[in-house]
Design a protein around this ligand. Structure first.
Ligand code: BT5
Length: 275
């Protein structure tokens, strides 16, 4: 049973997103989108999702916000997005699969974003391992997957997605590296149409993951990745390293050749790709 705090009730009922409209458009046979909560403003949709999941929210629940005051990326980095212009969403999943197979989720999410952009906007994006979606080398979307597990058993997963849709300007420190669909095409997009497409692709890809068909997810993901065979620099913690990106393995880990030896990275921050 989900309970909203007074503050949440007050700021609930977004003018940009409608729970009813979204639930109507997401067909009832989909796993994703049976419950949709739309907010004007939250700290982080991932935090709301964690609280809802702990309160027993069902798998497939979506939390959407027009604005976040404490949007976050990986490793305590910030996600900054202008009010009402973008997609800021978190999805609760309760995958009944072994913890090891969750390594596919960040790739699954970035793949779904790339597919939705291709369907609605008609442009082919590029994915930078593991889950940044880029247009002309600039980041248009990011994914933050957070897992709650105990003794190797997954309780729930939160998949947070930030997609820059109609934002026309970015703060100075982001302007060189961030872009939006509007900036790339000059077209203002309906956020609900994009969200519905995104949720449908997430639903289809999630069904593939659950049925064990991870190879099809990885092969579609590879189709959007332009890093292989290229020289990369990356951070693992504080240490900066370099090598040649070879491919991803069956878990979605990045295979990198470093001084004639192959290493498999489960986590790293790619800094540069020499195209
Ligand atoms: C990500 O982290 O790219 C994951 C972003 C996930 C955001 C969603 S929004 C809904 C949900 N709720 C949350 O609180 N988070 C999720 P990472 O790969 O660590 O990249 C973070 C970096 O991206 C920052 O350090 C900035 O350099 C850059 N950045 C911040 N805001 C951006 C934006 N709007 N567009 C492009 N880049 C941005």
């Amino acid at each position: 049973m989900i309970t909203l705090t007074c503050e949440e009730v007050k700021v609930n009922f977004s003018a940009v997103f409608s729970s009813e409209k979204l639930m109507r458009q997401l067909a009832t046979n989909l796993h994703i989108g049976k419950s949709v909560f739309c907010y004007q403003s939250v700290g982080s949709t991932n935090d709301v999702a964690h609280r809802f999941a702990k309160d027993g929210a069902r798998s497939g629940t979506i939390i959407i916000a027009e604005f976040q005051t404490m949007g976050r990326g990986r490793n305590a980095k910030k996600w900054v997005a202008q009010r009402g212009e973008n997609i800021i969403a978190s999805l609760i999943l309760r995958p009944n699969i072994p913890l090891e197979r969750l390594t596919h989720l960040p790739l699954l999410a970035s793949l779904s974003v790339a597919q939705a952009i291709e369907e609605i906007v008609g442009i082919r994006t590029e994915i930078k391992w593991p889950n940044d979606v880029l247009i002309r080398r600039k980041k248009v979307a990011g994914v933050l997957v957070e897992t709650s597990a105990q003794a190797g058993v997954v309780d729930y997963v939160v998949v947070g997605i930030g997609l820059n849709v109609n934002q026309a300007q970015f703060p100075d420190d982001l302007a060189q590296q961030a872009t939006s669909l509007f900036l790339e095409t000059g077209v203002v997009y309906d956020q609900t149409t994009l969200l519905v497409s995104l949720m449908r692709f997430l639903d289809a890809n999630y069904a593939r993951l659950k049925s064990g068909n991870t190879e099809s997810i990885l092969s579609m993901w590879r189709g959007y990745c332009d890093m292989f065979g290229k020289h990369i620099t990356f951070y693992q913690g504080d240490s900066r390293r370099e090598g040649i990106a070879i491919d991803i393995d069956e878990r979605g880990f990045l295979r990198v050749e470093i001084e004639q030896k192959e290493e498999r990275l489960s986590q790293a921050e790619i800094q540069t790709i020499r195209y």
